[in-house]
Design a protein around this ligand. Structure first.
Ligand code: AMP
Ligand code: ZN
Ligand code: FE
Ligand code: FE
Length: 277
């Protein structure tokens, strides 16, 4: 069984529609994929409609942004009851365009881009993020590709950066659990996003009901993957693996990180919704 529990569609900053993502998952030889768009579950129905034709099972999820020391930490939610997580996701989607406008205001002092340019890249203001600012900067000729934009103007330490300013990681884990969801700390040791959580702080997430740490992820070194496994063992939580696929927007390929079938089974028993098969 090939199970990839983290992928994005055009409903956030991926480049495949939810149906295209399901087809790409079939092509990649996946048995199960999780759709985890940033702060939204609006791709669920379209992806669900492609389960039969592709033969790929679907874990309905979202990647929820939390605020951490001037940056963000991402918490994956799987199989939650949508109405019960909706207020938190809506709150983040309200903050995204405000934050993006503030960043674009600063960027436009030094780069030839406008809010309209960024909005055109995003399509939808409620899921707008730095990847769309990167696309606008690339379209304006300021950088050759997304990566170059992220390495310079869009990095957290750049003077253009503005926090999305949302709830703390503990509050997000609590909200996911209260909504019947399964909470997994996404890429816990990814360096560029924010000050990393300490082992003790990850322990507090476990106390709040965290189910697992995402260990096998492209942005973790082999040593960090080992560290995630060791810490998960100490805390009594599971580990997952995933690709964090974004279509052509990032080099991540579907299936490059995988989750074991027994962990998926535990996710399904803990979650409110079933896996769609
Ligand atoms: P935001 O939530 O708006 O702060 O943007 C974070 C998003 O940017 C996440 O989806 C990341 O996967 C994406 N991201 C971070 N670094 C890069 C990069 N070098 N190239 C493309 N996307 C990136
Ligand atoms: Zn993303
Ligand atoms: Fe993430
Ligand atoms: Fe992601």
């Amino acid at each position: 069984m090939r199970i990839d529990l983290h992928a994005h569609s055009t409903r956030s900053d991926g480049t495949d529609t939810p149906a295209e993502l399901m087809a790409a998952a079939a092509t990649a030889g996946l048995d199960v994929v999780a759709l985890t768009d940033h702060d939204t579950d609006r791709g669920w129905d379209e992806a669900a409609g492609a389960v039969q034709s592709t033969g790929v099972s679907l874990v309905r999820g979202a990647e929820v942004t939390s605020s951490w020391q001037g940056g963000s930490q991402h918490i994956l939610s799987y199989l939650h009851e949508p109405a019960r997580l909706a207020p938190l996701l809506a709150e983040n989607r309200l903050r995204r365009p405000r934050r993006a406008r503030a960043m674009v205001e600063r960027l436009s002092e030094d780069f030839p881009i406008t809010w309209e340019d960024v909005l055109a890249q995003a399509g939808d203001p409620s899921t707008v993020g730095r990847p769309h600012m990167a696309d606008a900067l690339v379209a304006a000729g300021s950088y050759p590709d997304r990566n170059a934009a992220f390495a310079a103007a869009l990095k957290k330490s750049a003077r253009y950066y503005v926090d999305i300013a949302v709830r703390t990681p503990v509050e997000v884990v609590e909200a996911i659990v209260a909504a019947g969801g399964v909470a997994v700390l996404a890429h816990p040791f990814m360096a560029r996003r924010a000050a990393p959580l300490s082992d003790a702080e990850i322990g507090e997430l476990a106390e709040a009901g965290l189910f697992a740490l995402e260990a096998d992820h492209r942005d973790h070194t082999p040593a960090q993957r080992e560290r995630a496994r060791a810490l998960a063992g100490q805390l009594g939580v599971a580990v997952t693996g995933s690709s964090d696929y974004h279509g052509t927007g990032k080099p991540n390929r579907l299936g490059e990180g995988l989750t074991s079938p027994d962990v998926l089974e535990a996710v399904e028993s803990a979650g409110h919704l079933p896996v769609l098969r």
